[in-house]
Design a protein around this ligand. Structure first.
Ligand code: NAD
Length: 498
C-alpha cells in the first residue's frame, strides 16, 4: 500500500522504526566522516529522543567538498553534458524521489517536527515536481545572437557559473534544498549543500538518490554542520563562485559580508518575512478565515511567507477575530505522525523558548485572544499553542519582528490608504495577501503592496511556474520558474569576425 493519505499513525510509526539514517558527510559520491571526527545529535522535537548522530562538517570538510565540486566542474563530467542529457538524469532523480516519498517525508518529520502527512503530500512530492520542472525546462531555453549585422556574429550564451554553495534552513528541509539544487544542477553547475544543523537527514538521503539517478560523483556534495563553522567556511571559500542562501535576515547579511571579505562571490538571499493579510469588508469572510488560519498555522507558522499580520477593516474586525479564534481552536498541535494532528512541535526547545519570549512580550503589548501557552506532550517541550493577539501598539515586537511560529496579530484599519501604510511599514517585503471581491481594489492594492508575491483571495500562492522571493530585507534573487536559472548562469558573449 503506497497511498500515503491512507497511512495510519501505526503505519508511520512502523516505518519510522525501520528507517536507516544516512549520517555521514557526502563528498565525491561517498559517505565519509568529518575530518575532525566530530559529530552532533539529531533530535526528534516531538519526543526529545536522539534519532542519530551526524558527522559535523567543518572548514576542512568544506574544503574537500569544494575541491571535489571544482574537479567535477572543470573536467566537464556534468557541466559539459548536453542539457538533454542533464534532463534525463534529473528526471530519474524526480522519479526516485516519488518512489521514496514515505521515507523522505518521515526524515523531515522526525528531524524537525512537521506533520508527516504534510511532508508526504506537499514537501516530498513537491521536491520531485520541482526537479522535474527544471529538468524539463532546461533543454527548451534558447540562447541569443545579437543584431550586429555586417560580417560579425555575436553569440550570447548562458554558461554555468562553476561551484555553487547552498545554505538552507530547517523549515522545509527537502524543498528548500531542492529549490536551489534543481536549477543549479540543470544549468550544469556543481554544488556544495549545507543543510541546517536541525535537519540534515533528508539532504543526505537526497544525495544518495541523486547518485542512483546517475549524477556523476562530485557534482553534488552535502556537508552537514553548524552555521558558524561549515556555513561560514562555505560563505568565505575562495573557490566558490556563487552562494545561494535561504534563512534569516541576520545570517543573510553575514553572507554578504563573507563574500565582500573573500572573493566577491555572487550572493543571492531568500530571507525573513512578516507578511500582511488585508481583509476588506466585501471579502468572503469564511474563506478568508480558513486561508488565514492555514497561512499562519501551517507548518507551525515556521514559514518565511507566513501571513503573520492580519489587517482587517474595523467594521468586520470583531467577526474576524471570532472566526480566527474558532480556527485556532481547531489547530491544536499533536504527534506529527498522527494524521489527525493539526500542527506538530516547533523545531526544538530553543526555538520554542524564542517564540514564548515573543508571546510574553505580546501579552504586555496588547490583548491575548487565544493560546499563549506551551504544551507539555510526551517528553517534548517544543509544542506551542496557536496564539492570536489584537489591540496591539503598532511598535509591538510581535507586530514588527518575524516570530516564525504559530502567532498571529490582528490589527484594524479604516481606509485603504491606512491599510497600505500599515502593510508596508515593515523591513520585510516577501509576500502579502488581499481579500476583496472588488477587482479594481484588488489590482490597485496589489500594485501598492511591497511584496515579491501578492495573493488575491488566497494566501501564499506559489508554483514551479512563478518566481518566489522578496524585496527589502526579505532578500533578492528568485527561486522557482524560468527566472531561477538567472542565478546559476552567466551571460557569455563570443564575437566572431568573418
Ligand atoms: P538561519 O538563518 O538561522 O539558518 C539558515 C542556515 O544558515 C542554516 O543552514 C544555518 O546553519 C546557517 N547559518 C546560521 N548561522 C550562520 C553563520 N553565522 N554563518 C553561516 N551560516 C549560518 O535560519 P533558520 O532559523 O534555519 O530558518 C528560519 C529563517 O529562514 C526565517 O527567518 C525564515 O523567514 C527564513 N526562510 C526564508 C525563506 C525565503 O524563501 N525567503 C524560506 C524559508 C525560510
Amino acid at each position: 500500500m503506497n497511498d500515503v493519505t491512507q497511512f495510519t499513525r501505526a503505519d508511520w510509526q512502523a516505518r519510522a522504526a525501520a528507517l536507516r539514517f544516512r549520517n555521514e558527510i557526502w563528498i565525491d559520491g561517498r559517505a565519509v566522516p568529518a575530518a575532525s571526527g566530530a559529530r552532533f545529535e539529531s533530535v526528534n522535537p516531538a519526543s526529545g529522543a536522539v534519532l542519530t548522530d551526524v558527522a559535523r562538517g567543518g572548514a576542512e570538510d568544506i574544503d574537500r567538498a569544494v575541491a571535489s565540486a571544482r574537479r567535477a566542474f572543470e573536467d566537464g563530467r556534468w557541466s559539459r553534458k548536453t542539457p538533454a542529457e542533464r534532463k534525463e538524469v534529473l528526471l530519474r532523480l524526480a522519479a526516485l524521489i516519488r518512489e521514496n516519498v514515505p521515507e523522505l517525508a518521515l526524515l523531515d518529520s522526525l528531524d524537525m517536527g512537521k506533520l508527516v502527512k504534510d511532508a508526504a503530500t506537499i514537501d516530498a512530492p513537491g521536491s520531485a515536481h520541482f526537479f522535474q520542472w527544471h529538468a524539463e525546462a532546461i533543454d527548451k531555453l534558447y540562447d541569443e545572437i545579437a543584431p550586429t549585422g555586417g560580417r560579425d556574429l555575436a553569440m550570447i550564451r548562458r554558461v554555468p557559473l562553476g561551484v555553487i554553495g547552498a545554505v538552507v534552513p530547517w523549515n522545509f528541509p527537502l524543498d528548500m534544498a531542492t529549490w536551489k539544487l534543481a536549477p543549479a544542477l540543470a544549468t550544469g553547475n556543481s554544488v556544495v549543500l549545507k543543510p541546517a544543523e536541525q535537519s540534515p537527514l533528508s539532504a543526505l538521503r537526497l544525495a544518495e538518490l541523486a547518485a542512483e539517478a546517475g549524477l556523476p560523483d562530485g557534482v553534488l556534495n552535502v556537508v552537514p554542520g553548524f552555521g558558524e563553522d561549515a556555513g561560514q567556511a562555505l560563505g568565505r571559500h575562495a573557490d566558490v563562485d556563487c552562494l545561494v542562501f535561504t534563512g534569516s535576515t541576520a545570517v543573510g547579511k553575514m553572507f554578504q559580508r563573507y563574500a565582500g571579505e573573500s572573493n566577491m562571490k555572487q550572493v543571492w538571499l531568500e530571507t525573513g518575512g512578516k507578511s500582511p493579510n488585508l481583509i476588506f469588508p466585501d471579502a468572503d469572510l469564511d474563506a478568508a478565515a480558513d486561508m488565514a488560519a492555514f497561512g499562519i498555522f501551517f507548518n507551525q507558522g515556521e514559514v518565511c511567507s507566513a501571513n503573520s499580520r492580519m489587517l482587517v477593516h474595523a467594521s468586520i474586525a470583531e467577526e474576524m477575530i471570532e472566526r480566527m479564534a474558532a480556527r485556532a481552536a481547531q489547530a491544536q498541535p499533536g504527534d506529527p505522525l498522527d494524521p489527525a494532528s493539526a500542527m506538530g512541535p516547533l523545531v526544538d526547545r530553543k526555538h520554542a523558548d524564542t517564540v514564548m519570549g515573543f508571546i510574553a512580550s505580546g501579552k504586555q503589548a496588547g490583548r491575548l485572544v487565544c493560546g499563549g501557552e506551551r504544551i507539555a506532550r510526551d517528553a517534548s517541550d517544543a509544542y506551542v499553542q496557536p496564539t492570536i493577539f489584537t489591540d496591539l501598539r503598532p511598535d509591538a515586537r510581535v507586530v514588527r519582528e518575524e516570530i516564525f511560529g504559530p502567532v498571529l496579530t490582528i490589527q484594524t484599519f479604516k481606509t485603504e490608504d491606512e491599510a497600505l501604510a500599515m502593510a508596508n511599514d515593515s523591513p520585510y517585503a516577501l509576500a502579502a495577501s488581499v481579500w476583496t471581491r472588488d477587482l479594481g481594489r484588488a489590482l490597485s492594492v496589489s500594485d501598492r503592496l511591497n511584496a515579491g508575491t501578492v495573493s488575491v483571495n488566497t494566501v501564499d500562492a506559489l508554483s514551479a511556474m512563478t518566481p518566489f522571493g522578496g524585496m527589502k530585507q526579505s532578500g533578492f534573487g528568485r527561486d522557482l520558474s524560468i527566472h531561477s536559472f538567472d542565478k546559476y548562469s552567466a551571460l557569455k558573449t563570443t564575437w566572431i569576425k568573418y
